[in-house]
Ligand binder design. Structure first.
Ligand SMILES: [Zn+2]
Length: 438
């Protein structure tokens, strides 16, 4: 796991998120530098040290335009969410924490740590004007749903889980010396079904036997199911890096953004590729299930919460995720995956995550985070009060009155990429396309 160690930084209690001169010197001035403030009352975002950041309910966002993209400064983000933090010793990473939420971003990187697990941003964090900047789309689509899951718009109940065991029939998927992906995905789904049913869910399977089901049919089955969520189960493989291991999870790439595996950040990604009306729900489902998976398996590497336009994710119009439960191309992972009991544990971790998502949707109950699962497993806490989580996840409680402020319950909404349309790209939009299935 990659949870940042924040104790000393937080005890320092200093909000100082500006870049040092070394880091600044590396930043190329490639921007149009047009700052805009939607409301004149917006507090000026500065790197001024402050021991007591106090977000107010009406705190505004100061959008900074760099090239074709909108950004928010990390200190603006810290103030809005009531996070305390500092730049780490390398000068390239910022760690923010308020005891309830954690965020770590790194200059020139798409990799972020949100609440203890790896996330992949759509665009790298950049340096500008002596500040770290995070793209508006990443703030709205990846960070906000995790820092304030209770703010996601939802309706209805979660009554049915559509389980989609990847591959089948002539499509064997990935393979190890122990067996085929299509066999393992079906077994996980078969073990998961009664677990979910015991929790009161109805379960629909896109396949129950070793049969090939086209991707569009899988999505059609999902879309024909009301009050439901879609969980596609897969296992990974790679020929390029035989040492690759671990879990990862996907939800649909936001409109106008590159997928995690797109190396290029060329303009043609900023087009009209379809997003999804349930994108935020899918992202949250992805997060809740992933925290449970990582929290239940100490030995599995955290590859992160990712984005893709896989057919089943793009075509499904209910909250949808695709789980990758380890690598069949790596001996250790492959051996574990070949074990029926291990697959049962994987199914259990997915079941707990799905249950956590339902509790969030229906009861506004805060989902458990990876650190809480691990503490629970280690017997460090026997009862987890989800409505009022431990004030500190990775450090001892501080003296009363010195806690940073918690997230305001009533607040202005996080910026939405659609709220302030950006200029249309000057290239022809690429047609909608599925990405190759994993
Ligand atoms: Zn697969």
């Amino acid at each position: 796991m990659n949870a940042p160690r924040l104790t000393s930084l937080l005890l320092a209690g200093v909000l100082c998120l500006s870049l040092g001169p070394v880091a600044l010197a590396k930043s190329k001035s490639k921007d149009s530098s047009s700052k805009s403030s939607p409301k004149s009352s917006a507090p000026k975002s500065s790197a001024k040290p402050s021991a007591t950041p106090s977000p107010t309910p009406n705190q505004d966002w100061q959008v900074i335009k760099v090239g074709p993209r909108d950004y928010l400064s990390v200190d603006n983000i810290a103030k809005f969410y009531g996070l305390l933090g500092n730049v780490d010793s390398t000068g390239k990473s910022v760690v923010l924490n308020n005891g309830r939420n954690q965020l770590q971003v790194t200059l020139e990187s798409r990799e972020a740590i949100v609440n203890g697990v790896r996330n992949w941003l759509c665009f790298p964090v950049i340096a500008h004007d002596n500040k770290f900047l995070v793209s508006r789309i990443d703030l709205a689509k990846t960070i906000e749903p995790q820092l304030r899951p209770q703010m996601i718009q939802r309706s209805g109940k979660i009554q049915t889980v559509v389980l989609d065991p990847g591959h089948g029939g002539f499509d064997k998927g990935a393979a190890s010396t122990f067996g085929n992906e299509k066999t393992y995905t079906l077994d996980v789904a078969r073990q998961l079904r009664p677990m979910l049913q015991a929790k009161g869910f109805k379960v629909v399977m896109t396949r129950e036997t070793d049969v090939f089901i086209p991707l569009e049919v899988r999505a059609r089955i999902a879309n024909a199911t009301k009050d439901s969520i879609f969980v596609s189960i897969h296992f990974n493989a790679t020929g390029s890096n035989p040492a690759a291991t671990g879990f990862e999870i996907f939800s649909l790439t936001p409109r106008g953004a590159p997928s995690t595996n797109d190396e290029s950040l060329a303009l043609h990604f900023v087009n009209m590729q379809a997003g999804s009306p349930v994108e935020a729900q899918s992202m949250e489902l992805s997060t809740v299930v992933y925290h449970s998976m990582c929290g239940h398996f100490l030995e599995e590497f955290d590859r992160g919460i990712k984005r893709a336009r896989f057919a089943v994710l793009r075509r499904a119009n209910i909250p949808s995720i695709l789980v990758e439960g380890g690598f069949l191309s790596e001996t250790g992972d492959a051996r574990r995956i070949s074990d029926t009991d291990w697959r049962k544990q994987l199914a259990e971790s997915i079941c707990v995550g799905v249950e956590g998502y339902r509790a969030l949707v229906e009861k506004k109950q805060r989902p458990m985070l990876v650190a809480e699962y691990r503490a629970q497993a280690a017997g460090e806490i026997t009862v987890v009060d989800l409505a009022s989580p431990p004030s500190r996840l990775d450090q001892p409680a501080s003296t009363p009155g010195s806690n940073p402020p918690f997230i305001p319950v009533v607040n202005t909404v996080a910026p939405s990429p659609t709220a302030r349309p950006t200029a249309p790209p000057s290239v022809n939009p690429t047609p909608e396309a599925d990405e190759p299935e994993p």
